[in-house]
Design a protein around this ligand. Structure first.
Ligand code: SF4
Ligand code: SF4
Length: 69
């Protein structure tokens, strides 16, 4: 499962252009990956020059401390 870090994403749209499944869209100003459409090909990961896309499974995510917003 791939995710986009909104803190480092520059909204350059390279990942949207690279995704063969149209799985990435902009929601409330943030680029997000739709897990229903994503086939985990990694093209967005390769396309992102800012290291904003990372791969993790849900159990790993739960261990990442949530930031205060
Ligand atoms: S891993 Fe592939 S299918 Fe999933 S969002 Fe990235 S480019 Fe699209
Ligand atoms: S390629 Fe990276 S920096 Fe550009 S919009 Fe996608 S996640 Fe954000």
């Amino acid at each position: 499962m791939f995710f986009i870090d909104p803190d480092t994403c520059t909204a350059c749209d390279s990942c949207i252009d690279a995704c063969p499944c149209d799985a990435i869209s902009v929601v409330d100003g943030h680029h997000v990956i739709d897990p229903e459409l994503c086939v985990e090909c990694g093209a967005c990961y390769d396309a992102c020059e800012y290291g904003s896309i990372f791969e993790a499974d849900m159990s790993e995510l739960e261990s990442i401390p949530k930031k205060d917003i």
